[in-house]
Design a protein around this ligand. Structure first.
Ligand SMILES: C[S@@+](CC[C@H](N)C(=O)[O-])C[C@H]1O[C@@H](n2cnc3c(N)ncnc32)[C@H](O)[C@@H]1O
Length: 311
């Protein structure tokens, strides 16, 4: 099992590689046009951040955790005075910087993926995060939640997209992509220990659903900081989140996503991107029969399209 700093290195490397392959695709939505990208950010931001918070406007200090290429950040910037977006991936941040260069009230930085060490305590009124926390192993999630509460002002709000359910398995702790979900009791206990109000858990139905096994419900988790709580070691809260569930090394969600992407690209005649996607898949897939099929598909595409064969 990787420790926190080893897992942070792994997360950064893997998310950078995903985004270098295809930045838009690895966001929570892969819109086909700039207009669709803006519209999907608008929709998800509205689902995540309630009207009461949006109406508070310019004076609200906002942090987005895992801002990716800025899909929701750009919407938040229209409502609030100062919006800071952090993400573990340098590729995501440089992409977001060029997309959001016209916004003077947005600041963007990479973070280490387990803490908010660059942020002062009690310096935000709202922290939101969409399609990020579900990718973290339980110890990292516990660490990030603890840090979010630390940098939140008493009375400030957390609006987080998570998956809720009693699924008996968790992916291996070194997995940086497969969706993880927790029971409402586990989440309530963790937020209570961190000094937050009992969270409200609102199931949300959005076009993006990362739970391919359909056991977990995408949920908006909202809570507010009631008092400066005791600080806990991430491992201690991580144990609450893990409970007694089995750890399953057989998580093929990332492969399923890549197969889907590959098929779409082939259908669209985007051969070069299809071959790049299949090559990426080769670095993820472990099932021998699947590996043979992917190599065969790459060879066929390269032959049919006189694609330059990589040495
Ligand atoms: C599925 S994308 C979602 C991006 C964005 N929130 C959106 O909805 O468009 C997940 C993002 O989380 C980032 N991420 C993954 N693990 C992270 C971590 N431990 N800390 C911060 N960001 C992380 C990835 O780099 C990626 O940009």
């Amino acid at each position: 099992m990787p420790n926190l700093s080893e897992y942070a290195v792994l997360m950064k490397e893997e998310w950078n590689r995903r985004l270098e392959l295809d930045a838009d695709f690895w966001m929570a939505e892969w819109p086909e046009s700039p207009e669709a990208w803006t519209a999907s950010g608008e929709r998800d931001f509205h689902a995540l951040v309630c009207e009461e918070m949006r109406e508070k406007g310019a004076g609200v200090r906002v942090l987005e955790y895992g801002c990716g290429t800025g899909r929701l950040t750009q919407v938040a910037a229209r409502y609030f005075g100062l919006v800071r977006g952090v993400d573990i991936s340098d590729t995501a941040i440089s992409n977001a910087r060029s997309r959001l260069s016209s916004f003077t009230n947005v600041s963007l930085s990479t973070c280490d993926g387990t803490t908010l060490s660059g942020e002062a305590s009690a310096s935000y009124d709202l922290i939101f995060s969409y399609a990020v926390l579900n990718h973290l192993n339980s110890t990292v999630l516990a660490s990030v939640l603890g840090e979010m509460v630390r940098v939140l002002e008493v009375g400030g709000r957390l609006s987080l997209h998570l998956y809720v359910g009693d699924y008996p398995k968790l992916p291996d702790s070194s997995d940086t992509h497969t969706v993880r979900g927790y029971s409402s009791d586990q989440l309530k206990e963790v937020f209570r220990k961190l000094g937050c109000a009992v969270p409200s858990l609102t199931p949300c139905s959005l076009p993006f659903d990362g739970d391919f096994e359909k056991c977990l419900k995408p949920t908006i988790v909202e809570t507010s900081k009631v008092q400066s709580g005791t600080s806990y070691a991430p491992e201690e809260l991580g144990v609450i989140l893990e409970g007694n569930r089995d750890i399953s090394p057989d998580s093929y969600i990332e492969c399923n996503v890549l197969y889907d992407r590959f098929n779409r690209l082939v259908k669209q005649g985007e051969t070069i991107r299809a071959v790049e996607t299949a090559r990426f898949l080769l670095t993820r897939e472990t099932r021998m029969s699947h590996l043979v099929t992917i190599k065969h598909a790459i060879a066929l595409l390269e032959q049919a399209h006189e694609y330059p064969v990589r040495k």
